[in-house]
Design a binder for this molecule. Sequence first.
Ligand code: SF4
Length: 376
Amino acid sequence: MNQAVIPDFFRQILDQPVNNLVDQAQEQGKKAIAYTCSYVPQPLLSLDGVFPIRVRAPGVVGTPMADTYLSSVICSYTRSVLELALEWAFDSLDGWVFAASCDHLRRLYDNLDYLNKPAFNHMIDMPHRGGAAAEKWLTEEYKSLGAALAESFGVDASPQALSRSIKEHNAYLSVMREISKMRKQDNPPVTGAMFQTLLAASTSAPKDMVMDELKALLARLRESNEGKPYRARVLLAGSHCDDPGYIDVIEKTGGLVVAERTCTGSIPALAPIPENDAPYETLAGQALANISCPRMMESFQARVDEILEAVEEYRADGVVLQTMKFCDTWGVESGPMVQELRKAGVPILKLEREYTMSSEGQLQTRIQAFLESMGK
Ligand code: SF4
């Protein structure tokens, strides 16, 4: 028997809001750029000389300072990030890039600008629907970001440089896809909590500093022949969920998370990016076609279909739809989404959560009841 485990290397990256690998890359002269939303394209923040850090807020136990500045109906991810920013936890980062994807993140941008102004603070304006005009708009927005990065950090933001960056990012995506594909097996060697640890760690550190470890892990996983026993296969859907601990509770209760259709999960984040000589246009087209956050109008059915396809592809027995409290985009979508999935015969459990997990026992009870309702 040979059961793979996730090396401490990845777990340790997640312990701090800004980890040692970021410090090391900065010592080598690279600039760390924070981002908070999937509509900010990682390859654009990976041009030679800069690297992206998806912001997490580990260790937050309360948000007294952020509560002073944010309305009481702002989601706890936004609140937790502002709290750490006001504790100067992100001061070593060189800049922030936001997408105007939801009002909560817009308020984070405003408050950072007002309270602890980053040297570089950029907002990408986001259209609310797809189509040719929207693609043109977003292409211009991404080009403006490229120009701003070139001006502030002296990076080469030419289409040729961006194409090279996309190629390198595709190499990372390919390794992650190979690992994720193993979750389709009957007895996968990688659990959902393990996979979320890899995803969160590799988006919280310079990619070139984690690639060797990822490839070595992929090789070990291929040799592994023992997975964790489980009662039911679960697809995790919904809003931001970067905490492997949340998934771990689902798995300790008997549900194996085989894929995540979330802002921070495997679908659609691991889709390869076409390599061509129009990289800005390609990133814009792909963001509008693939990411499909509930903030996008006229694409509800596409999101339902995407979840149904993933349920089939990963042979999920049911869906856990988790939404962050006060997340209005997912809050509005989740009611009709539950109805549509039930109509299609897919068992679904809807949960509301805070960014930091506070009641593990309650979550276990809900999952236990859900598995029993499926006869598992
Ligand atoms: S969880 Fe919802 S409200 Fe919070 S940042 Fe994400 S999309 Fe915005």
